[in-house]
Design a protein around this ligand. Structure first.
Ligand code: NAP
Length: 483
């Protein structure tokens, strides 16, 4: 752990106005692989959230006036520091979240890429000069930071999902208050420490760790100084927070749950499709919002596809994420395993068939890979986000049937399709009601692209030029004749 010993979060537990703040009220962070206590963090309440929002409000006038070049340099520095400290950060992430170390390193690199990308976008928040409709008139448009931004983030990508909000907010000139999930506060605090190392002034970045998410959430959605609220998490909690924001007419963006269909057509390269499915499905043990949830196979290729898939699933190495040979770590906690077992058991009771790729289960938070065939749209396994290493499969007869099944849930985050038919590729891009489509590829996220969903998966985009627009407001000037 030597490289992380310098990171202050291991001694002090919320970052407000540049200070590490503690209380006597603590809560344990557990390692999901071993059940061991990783840290005791101070569980703050609504009062510290209010202080944090007020610190962000106080820091806003000077931060929003820094030059775009200066903000760009800060962001570049954060990106570099993340990469320089990747070994220690990845270990913290694996210890509190459970994912294999190689995936934790990927997540830190991915987070760093957002700071690097928005270091560039900070320089490109252009306004425009518009030809006016009348003589002696000038029309001008400029982009301004929205103001104080508040954020609530989940445990599955504790570094990257915070970075996707923080980087564009800072680039735009906003100040920021975040509440990370209680399961994984340490990575968020480490990112907070890195913003200090990068020289970000006090009050610009604040991180409040608390056990009473309801009370803290009320402050972050309702405090009059908050201009914009951004959330990543479940659709149920996101809906509640959206209602809370409505009273104050806060700008809002929501990255919510997914239920991605993964379509394999009769003309697909089956090896490539299985590769894509393994990469997308088993990353973070299936606990990703873009994880393929419903595997829809053309009836003519289902048998050979499943034969290839079984071989790959049987070879997965399950274990503690700190072991370099581990490919499949634990779920976030034992209750998550129970929830998945219940989903699978209900599907089996309704006629599905399950194959478990058993191996020694190292602890109560581990779930073995399972293949469930013969599912149907009436099952919860089809309608709900599984969030675990369960591959749920059904077959389709033709493209119309496949698209209708793919669109048959309230969600619309991501979809994947494997086919070599170019005309079909275009049709799928137009007909699948999702924010993101992976065509012949299982990895779809990148800092350059607008990540986000439609329907019950939320609204707003993270990444790409669209990502910074979420933190900018448009102001226009009509300038008359001054003679
Ligand atoms: P969650 O239960 O909605 O929790 C997310 C965050 O909300 C946590 O920080 C949690 O804090 C907080 N929270 C819970 N109840 C709250 C309340 N009443 N008021 C204010 N804050 C509250 O979701 P999760 O189980 O952690 O995460 C998994 C979900 O996130 C999945 O549905 C997944 O699809 C979604 N997700 C979406 C994306 C995307 O980009 N679309 C990305 C990743 C994950 P505490 O933990 O402290 O209670």
């Amino acid at each position: 752990m030597s490289s992380i010993e310098n990171l202050e979060p291991f001694n002090a537990y919320s970052l407000v106005n540049g200070q590490w703040r503690s209380t006597t009220n603590t809560t344990e962070v557990l390692n999901p692989a071993t059940g061991a206590t990783v840290a005791q963090v101070a569980a703050q309440g609504a009062e510290l959230a209010v202080e944090a929002v007020e610190a962000a409000r106080a820091a806003l006038p000077s931060w929003s006036k820094t030059s775009a070049m200066e903000r760009s340099q800060y962001l570049e520095r954060i990106s570099q520091l993340l990469l320089e400290q990747i070994d220690g950060l990845a270990l913290v992430l694996t210890t509190e979240q459970g994912k294999p170390l190689a995936e934790a390193r990927e997540e830190i690199e991915y987070a760093a890429s957002y700071f690097a990308w928005y270091a560039g976008e900070a320089l490109r928040a252009y306004g425009r000069l518009v030809p006016a409709g009348a003589e002696n008139q000038r029309v001008m448009v400029r982009k301004c930071p929205v103001g104080v931004v508040t954020a609530i983030t989940p445990w599955n990508f504790p570094c990257a999902l915070l970075a996707r909000k923080l980087a564009p907010a800072l680039a735009a000139g906003c100040t920021f208050v975040a509440k990370p999930a209680l399961e994984t506060p340490l990575t968020a605090l480490a990112l907070g420490a890195i913003t200090r190392q990068a020289g970000i002034p006090p009050g610009v970045v604040n991180i409040v760790v608390g056990a009473d998410s309801q009370a803290i959430g009320e402050v972050l959605t309702q405090h009059p100084a908050v201009a914009k609220f951004t959330f990543t998490g479940s659709t149920a909690i996101g809906t509640q927070l959206l209602a809370q924001c409505a009273a104050g007419v806060k700008r809002t963006s929501l990255e919510l749950g997914g239920n991605a269909p993964f379509l394999v057509f009769e003309d697909a390269n089956l090896e490539a499709a299985v590769d894509g499915l393994m990469a997308a499905k088993f990353r973070n043990a299936g606990q990703t919002c873009v994880s393929p949830n419903r595997i829809l196979l053309h009836q003519d290729i289902a048998a050979p596809f499943l034969a290839l898939l079984r071989e790959r699933m049987a070879a997965l190495q399950m274990g503690d994420g700190e072991d370099p040979s581990t490919q499949l770590g634990p779920l976030i906690h034992a209750q998550a395993v129970v929830r998945i077992q219940q989903l699978v058991a209900a599907a089996v009771a309704a006629g599905a068939k399950v194959e478990t790729f058993d191996q020694a289960v190292p602890g109560p938070a581990f779930a073995p890979p399972q293949l469930v065939t013969n599912i149907n749209p009436e099952m919860d396994l089809f309608q709900q986000e599984i969030f675990g290493p369960v591959v749920a499969v059904m077959t389709f007869s033709d493209e119309t049937n496949a698209v209708q099944l793919a669109n048959a849930t309230p969600y619309g985050l991501a979809a994947y399709a494997y086919t070599q038919n170019l005309q079909r590729c275009w049709r799928l891009y137009e007909d699948l009601t999702v924010g993101m489509l992976g065509l012949n590829q299982g990895r779809i996220s990148s800092a350059m692209a607008p990540f986000g969903g439609v329907k019950a998966s939320g609204f707003g985009r993270e990444g790409g030029p669209e990502g910074i627009e979420e933190y900018l407001s448009t102001h226009y000037l009509a300038w008359g004749d001054c003679t």
